[in-house]
Design a protein around this ligand. Structure first.
Ligand SMILES: Nc1ncnc2c1ncn2[C@@H]1O[C@H](COP(=O)(O)OP(=O)(O)OP(=O)(O)O)[C@@H](O)[C@H]1O
Length: 325
């Protein structure tokens, strides 16, 4: 079939209407032999915002997403998308778009023909293929064979496929892996834009810092279990504690003044003092009251990456030498 040919007898393309596009995960579990990959997960993903799905390597993110799409059978529990199991959804590509892994494309095919094949097998009009190629910035290379594509181009093609049916629910598994900063920013903005249109956008990552820029809500898992289901703001408040850093030529006197005021203090490797028990203005006033010279009193925020590491450190899977799990 050529680009100009079209599917005949199709009504104009319209996405399947869905009142509330939600993903409901209920007591979901998956065992592989002795390995418990997913362990009793329950959470809901709602529309209008990007929900980040976070966890260290091996936490069970991909397994959960595969179960959402009925690519794996749960050992227990279930996932409902728009109130139904994925495989029972009518016109699934028009209801759920997914980017699971890059490279699942016939390498000899062009981007255009890959998408055309998908469109035809899902009764989506050919005109939509051009639209999504434009949308992801691949229109100029649409006729090139996929085997010559860079990682970033492959990711864009996967996203084009996910968007083909204009679905209200989108799942992306590690979409920014291996991309350059421009590609990362593009995907971030695309996801935010899709959520702003009222879609349900669920995106996995093991990078807290990236998710903090992209998502409004977070589902955090470790060893298959739910660790947090919260907003990004709530996560920062709960886990990313700040402290005050003090540099002074009189550290001993400063330490004594802080201790006498009931403020815990410890010395950092570079000789600065760090305290978690007080705000910077209080420390400045304490120093002034004791006639102490200070060169620095600054509030330091713990990074989200540190907070995430603390939350998940007990749950990081053991890796044998050589990277084997
Ligand atoms: N097909 C499989 N057979 C056996 N074990 C599996 C299979 N798929 C996943 N696992 C195991 O299930 C656990 C969860 O893996 P999963 O790939 O879901 O984690 P993840 O959070 O997506 O990790 P990553 O960030 O590394 O992709 C791991 O212990 C993994 O080795």
């Amino acid at each position: 079939m050529t680009e100009t040919e079209d599917l005949r007898g199709l009504s104009p393309f319209r996405p399947v209407p869905s009142l509330v596009p939600v993903i409901e995960v209920r007591n979901l579990s998956k065992r592989y032999g002795g390995t418990v990959a997913v362990d009793g997960l329950t959470f809901t993903v709602r529309p209008g915002q990007v929900t980040g799905f976070l966890g260290p390597n091996g936490a069970g993110k991909s397994t959960t997403m595969r179960m959402m799409l009925d690519l794996e059978r749960p050992s227990g529990g279930q996932v409902l998308i728009n109130g139904s199991r994925y495989r029972l959804l009518p016109g699934p590509l028009r209801q759920v778009g997914a980017l699971l892994e890059a490279g699942a494309v016939h390498p000899g095919r062009s981007a255009y023909h890959h998408l055309l094949w998908l469109a035809q097998s899902n009764r989506i009009p050919t005109a939509r293929v051009r639209e999504v190629l434009e949308l992801v910035g691949l229109a100029d290379v649409a006729r090139k064979r996929v085997k010559g594509f860079s990682l970033g181009m492959g990711q864009r093609l996967g996203i084009a496929a996910a968007l083909l049916g204009d679905p209200p629910v989108l799942l992306f598994d590690e979409p920014v892996n291996g991309l350059d900063p421009e590609g990362v920013r593009w995907i971030r903005n695309l996801m935010k834009g899709l959520a702003a249109e009222g879609r349900t956008v669920f995106v996995s990552s093991h990078l807290m810092s990236e998710m903090a820029l992209t998502a409004e809500r977070l589902i955090v898992i470790g060893r298959g279990r739910l660790l947090a289901d919260t907003t990004v703001g709530g996560f920062i408040e709960a886990y990313a504690h700040s402290y005050v850093r003090i540099r002074t030529p009189e550290p001993e006197r400063m330490r004594d003044a802080l201790t006498a005021a009931g403020i815990g203090v410890r010395q950092a490797a570079d000789g600065a003092l760090e305290t978690h028990g007080a705000q910077a203005p209080e420390i400045g006033e304490l120093a002034a009251a004791h006639g102490l010279t200070v060169h620095e009193v600054s509030t330091q925020s713990a990074t989200l990456e540190e907070a995430f590491m603390r939350l998940t450190e007990d749950t990081v899977e053991y890796r044998a030498v050589g990277g084997q799990r």
